[in-house]
Structure formats: structure tokens, C-alpha cells
Design a protein around this ligand. Structure first.
Ligand code: SF4
Length: 367
């Protein structure tokens, strides 16, 4: 405990986290009552999986392919237009890390006139803005200049820390073949985003072999960067789901109790920030996470699937509405940039023009 606190900061915070994460049922029931949120948010979005080429090969990934596709501009534009018609506010661009390292993707990009995926992405983000949609990009690990350029056309960006554990990168572990999953690299990028004042989303992937102490360390590492730069708008607590045909297809999912404890620990540590649990990965249980302090349900798309977890359909907005209202909590649609960062003016001029069109006075999404 002392070592954990010394490495990661505040001893009280470390002790509190471990008390929650190590609790059995009796200990958990003796915790002080969880803070139930007044408002739960979600973002009506479009999920755009630009390419499934990726330089990494995480042992649980069912998305990456050695025979990859690249979405053509026309296809992306059709989606963006359909999303705009349905009053989606967020264009979520996601893709594997440094996909142009795959020769076919490099060739296709070059034929289209782009040096790399980020140049192509920039162009598509401009198109999204032109249609009144706010881009949020998960580009994998990128550097300072790339982040600075993407900031011009993104309302927010994201990179899951997943875990601070170096152990998970060792031989036989899920990140053995994923250079981009080295925790140091990921923390560095999250820090760069802070220096650039980019509203940022990160989080943990739970159930890939990490232990309690590593969960606590991961949360504390994010907290440290969040306190320093003030840019972490939300923390996602995502449960591992086994995918058929992957090396981890028979690996057990994290238990509901473990997930409840991590959500509770995150909600206590990040009071006032977004703590998100994806409802499509927890269709029958997501209400329980709200009772442990989670306050955001992430992106819900009326037209696109979760391409990373294609077997897990998103619930309808009407279903979420019924469930949240039954709990006596207000449900609000938000933008990919949280109200706090709109107040602070943490966006470029071009992004600001779209925010003006689609934000309410208090910084949520205009219905
Ligand atoms: S999980 Fe992400 S980083 Fe890992 S292989 Fe899949 S696409 Fe690449």
C-alpha cells in the first residue's frame, strides 16, 4: 500500500481505492452510500470504423484484420448525412493504430492522395463539421504535432489507457504483440492532450488479466494527469468480452461484482467527472452501475453498430430513457465535448461554430 501510494500519489486515495476493490460482499455493503448522479448523459452518435488495419495485435481483439478494408469517402459521407438527418451530434472516428504500416492501406491512401490515415481523417472531420456533426477521434497513440493538428477539427479525442500494467505486455500476455499498448506511451499521449487542452476520454479495460493493485494504479495514474491538466472529461470502465477466433476467446469475463467495485472506485476518485459504462456491453445490468455512481452511458447510435463489439447491440434511446427515469434520474443528451469544456472555451474556431449550432445554453445537446 505504501509503495502504491508513493508511486501514484495520494496515500488516502490509494487506501480508499484498495478498500473498495478488495472488498468482499460484507465490506462492500459497509461502504458509505454511493453518490447517485442527478443527471445521466449519453451522446447520440455515428460510429465510423475507418479501417481495421492495426500495427498492434491484442489477444482479445476481434476487430483487427490482416486483410483490412479502408472506408471510402463516399461511404463515410453517406453515413454522415444519414447521421445528420437523425440529429446525431457526434461523429466517432475510430481505427487501428498506424494502419498505413499495412502496405495495402498505404497504397490505397496514396491513390486517394493522402500521405497517411491522419491526413485522410482530417479531411473527413472537416466534412463532418460541414454537416453539423462534432468529430471525436480515437487515433491510437500519436504525437504532439498530430494531436495539435487534429484538435483543429475535433471537439474531443480519446485513448483508453486500458491498464498501467507492464506485466500485461510480457510474453503470453494480451499486449505481448502490441507496441502501442505500452503504458508509458499511452500515458505520454494522454499528457500531451492535456498540454494541448484537448477535452479527453480515457479509461480502463477490465478483465484482461490485471489484478486489483494494477486497477488502483491505473486509476491513480489517470487521476494524476487529470489533476495536473484538467482535461479528462470522462473515464470509461469497459468490461472485457471474449471474441470468437481470438487467443482469448475462452478467457472468462470479469464478474459483475468486480465491475461494480471498479465503477464505484472510479466514481469516488473522479467525483464531478464523467464515469462511463457502455450499456451495450452490460444490457441487463447497466442500471446497477448508475447506482454505484456511474453517470454516463457513452455513445448510442441509431444507425451504426459498435464495430468493435458487433454482437452487442446498443439499447434504444427510449429504453434508456425509461430505465433512467425509473431511477428518478434525469437523462440528457450531451455533445462529445462536455459542458465544462464548452464553458472553458477548449475548442478551435471551426469546432466552435458547430458547437454554437447544437449546444444548449448549459452546454448539452440541443434536441
Ligand atoms: S484492440 Fe485496438 S489496438 Fe488492439 S489490435 Fe485491436 S484495433 Fe489494434
Amino acid at each position: 500500500m505504501v509503495a502504491l501510494a508513493t508511486r501514484c500519489g495520494d496515500a488516502m486515495q490509494a487506501e480508499n481505492l484498495l478498500q473498495i476493490l478488495d472488498a468482499g460482499a460484507r465490506g462492500f455493503s459497509r461502504l458509505r452510500p454511493a453518490r447517485i448522479p442527478d443527471v445521466v448523459t449519453y451522446s447520440r452518435n455515428l460510429f465510423i470504423p475507418l479501417t481495421n488495419a492495426c500495427r498492434n495485435a491484442c489477444a482479445y481483439c476481434g476487430f483487427r484484420s490482416d486483410n483490412p478494408y479502408l472506408m471510402k469517402e463516399g461511404e463515410v459521407l453517406r453515413l454522415l448525412r444519414a447521421g445528420a438527418r437523425l440529429r446525431c451530434r457526434e461523429a466517432l472516428f475510430t481505427f487501428g493504430e498506424r494502419p498505413e504500416e499495412h502496405p495495402e492501406i498505404e497504397r490505397t491512401l496514396s491513390k486517394l492522395g493522402y500521405a497517411d490515415i491522419l491526413e485522410y481523417l482530417y479531411h473527413l472531420c472537416e466534412k463532418a463539421l460541414g454537416l453539423g456533426l462534432l468529430p471525436h477521434t480515437n487515433p491510437g497513440v500519436v504525437g504532439y504535432q498530430e494531436l495539435r493538428t487534429l484538435r483543429e477539427v475535433n471537439a474531443s479525442m480519446g485513448l483508453m489507457l486500458e491498464s498501467i500494467s507492464e506485466r500485461l505486455c510480457q510474453r503470453g500476455m494480451p499486449h505481448e504483440h502490441s507496441p502501442g499498448k505500452r503504458p508509458g506511451e499511452r500515458l505520454r499521449m494522454i499528457e500531451l492532450a492535456g498540454r494541448l487542452k484537448i477535452p479527453f476520454t480515457t479509461g480502463l479495460l477490465i478483465g484482461i488479466g490485471e489484478n486489483t493493485r494494477e486497477i488502483a494504479e491505473s486509476l491513480l495514474a489517470i487521476k494524476k494527469l487529470s489533476d495536473r491538466y484538467g482535461h479528462i472529461q470522462e473515464i470509461i470502465i469497459q468490461n472485457f468480452r471474449p471474441k470468437r477466433g481470438t487467443p482469448m476467446e475462452s478467457f472468462p469475463e470479469p464478474s459483475l461484482f468486480k465491475m461494480l467495485k471498479v465503477v464505484r472506485a472510479a466514481s469516488e476518485l473522479f467525483e464531478g467527472q464523467g464515469v462511463q459504462v457502455p450499456p451495450n456491453l452490460n444490457r441487463r445490468t447497466y442500471a446497477l452501475f448508475l447506482l454505484q455512481g456511474a453517470n454516463d452511458l457513452g455513445g448510442i447510435s441509431p444507425i451504426t453498430r459498435d464495430y468493435i463489439n458487433p454482437e452487442d447491440a446498443w439499447p434504444e434511446e427510449a429504453e434508456i430513457h425509461r430505465l433512467v427515469v425509473e431511477l428518478g434520474i434525469e437523462l440528457r443528451q450531451r455533445l462529445p465535448i462536455y459542458p465544462e469544456y464548452i464553458r472553458r472555451g477548449w475548442y478551435s474556431e471551426r469546432v466552435g461554430e458547430v458547437i454554437q449550432q447544437c449546444a444548449t445554453r448549459d452546454g448539452y445537446a440541443r434536441e
